[in-house]
Design a protein around this ligand. Sequence first.
Ligand SMILES: [Zn+2]
Length: 373
Amino acid sequence: MLKGGIPIGKVFGISLRLNYSWFIVFALVTWALTTNYFPVTFPDWSLTTSLVAGIVTSLLFFLSVLAHELMHSVVAQALGIRVHSITLFIFGGVSQMTQEPKQPKDELRIALAGPLTSLVLGGVFWSIWLWLGHASEFLTAIAYWLGLINIFLAGFNLIPGFPLDGGRVLRSILWLQSHNLRRATRIASNIGRGVGYLFIVGGIFLIFRGLWLNGLWLALIGWFLENAAVGSYRQVALQEILQGHVAREIMTRDCPVVSPDLTIEQLVNQLILTHGLRCFPVVAGERVLGMVTLNNIKTVPRDVWSIQTVKDVMTPLNSLKSVSLNEELSTVLRIMAEEDVNQVPVVDGSNIVGMIARDNLLSFISVRGELGM
Ligand SMILES: [Zn+2]
């Protein structure tokens, strides 16, 4: 869902992106303000005034959400956790951090930074609203609404259901007490699921009361929260299983190398069908040229198997994503997901010394998961 996005800039080394779904929020907020909130509150405003106020308010609302998310990331960076990017999407913002916080106190600080920012912004906008008094109706109207929405954002995010900020606060406290990240995450994410279900029920209730847009919106947020809670717990459990383990532990060492001039037919008959192997480094003399896998072969029509050679279909070395012997398994998993590949070669210098297939990784995870390790 969050893969697509328009890059809009870089702050503190963090790239900022807008997911396409975010434009729905922008349009909805602008529309609701222009056609409903401003005309009802200020009946003597012209449509143009309402529209301009609606767009300005939406833009400042967007900057407020961005500031909230950016402060999470700034605090995380200060605590040594690198943040790749921030993506704004239909339900708010997400910071893509490279790892989970190492200590409960770090998590607490990162989690609180966002809601605190929203609270401060709410205070600033309401101060503007109070100070300006009736000097400018246009500015006070905008400032009042932005103050309200920022305080709402702070309050909403402090709901104690993981992965909302409040859920992270709760997790950090449970983590501090139990010294068990996985258990703390399980409890916090179960509460997160509960909150998600409550939202769905509340949304359905609103729909039956005739408030179908609000109801649908609430139910959708609930559905999203429930999914995110389950996903986040799985992610933490997975990271914990993989933590401290490296590529050399699970790689397959006996990868048969093949010559670039071997035909596909020879490769299939001599190595794949008879030995059940799936991927092969392609080596000419001492030099590694690339790798050929079942996926490469699948792209070649059967009737040209006897003509096409390994060299024609292999993935060349320079476009091959490889890992070192001591690469963390969590990184290997991420590479497989990002590159959408089923195997990653393990290299030592310029030599391919082993191979990690998705199956290797999955069986490592499932065995440890079953043993509760
Ligand atoms: Zn937040």
